[in-house]
Design a protein. Structure first.
Length: 241
């Protein structure tokens, strides 16, 4: 079950000012264009009686979306309590290092977990138990609900036999967080999609995590949030934070 609450009026502006101070990661999704990036709020401005939300201009945004003015976008973020929020607005246009968005009229606060997908640190992998061996596969992206993995070499799909619908048990997610080793146990997962990557003769598999212990789920939640902030630091957005 989920509980939705609308936040309106000046409270919306206050929320975004707070996100700016805390340098909270925002996910921007340009509707109908398949464009998603992480960014942060950089300010609130008023022009001719209209308020605007400023966010850091993602790299190569103007190249990928040269006709961006007027496009509808969805913003998603999680507050300090990890409660998801979302809203929709329109792009006013890029200016300098910022992307100007019309200030949303309202925010929707959703009392449930939102499965943000993030790119984990290099070297993150999942160990899959197989007969007579344990196969190690790289992780391309990750969320609380699942992950995207890729076969490490040609022919791995056959040896893993990961057809859509395959149930996997007792997986181990391995990585590092704050320079310490991380291990998350995934009791049950299911392969929901398999796609060939022609240029590399490898296969990508989308996994849905079906069952985890509460402690492992909480650890994965912290790791995803850490990965979000790490990605932004890599882009020099959070230096000195």
């Amino acid at each position: 079950m989920e509980f939705r609450r609308q936040i309106q009026g000046d409270t919306v502006v206050g929320v975004f000012r707070q996100l700016q101070r805390r340098r909270t990661p925002l996910r921007i999704h340009v509707l109908g264009r398949g464009y998603e990036r992480l960014t942060i709020a950089t300010g609130v401005e008023s022009r001719k009686g209209q308020r605007f939300l400023l966010v850091d201009l993602p790299m190569q945004f103007e190249t990928e979306l040269p006709d961006c003015q007027g496009l509808r976008v969805q913003l998603e973020f999680a507050d300090q309590e990890r409660i998801p929020h979302s809203c929709r607005t329109v792009i006013h246009g890029p200016k300098g290092d910022n992307l100007w968005l019309a200030m949303p009229d309202s925010l929707e606060r959703i009392q449930r977990r939102m499965h943000f997908r993030v790119e984990p640190p290099q070297g993150t992998r999942i160990l899959i138990p197989c007969p007579q061996q344990e196969i190690e596969v790289p992780v391309l992206n990750l969320s609380l609900g699942g992950g995207l993995i890729i076969s490490p070499k040609r022919g791995e799909r056959r040896s893993l036999d990961l057809a859509p619908g395959t149930t996997l048990r007792h997986l181990r997610l391995l990585s590092t967080m704050e320079e310490e080793k991380l291990e998350v146990n995934i009791r049950t997962a299911e392969v929901v999609r398999a796609e060939e990557v022609p240029e590399s003769s490898r296969v990508q598999f989308a996994l849905q995590f079906l069952r985890m212990e509460k402690a492992d789920e909480q650890m994965l939640d912290r790791f995803i949030y850490y990965s979000q902030r790490r990605l932004l630091k890599k882009r020099s957005l959070l230096l000195g934070a």
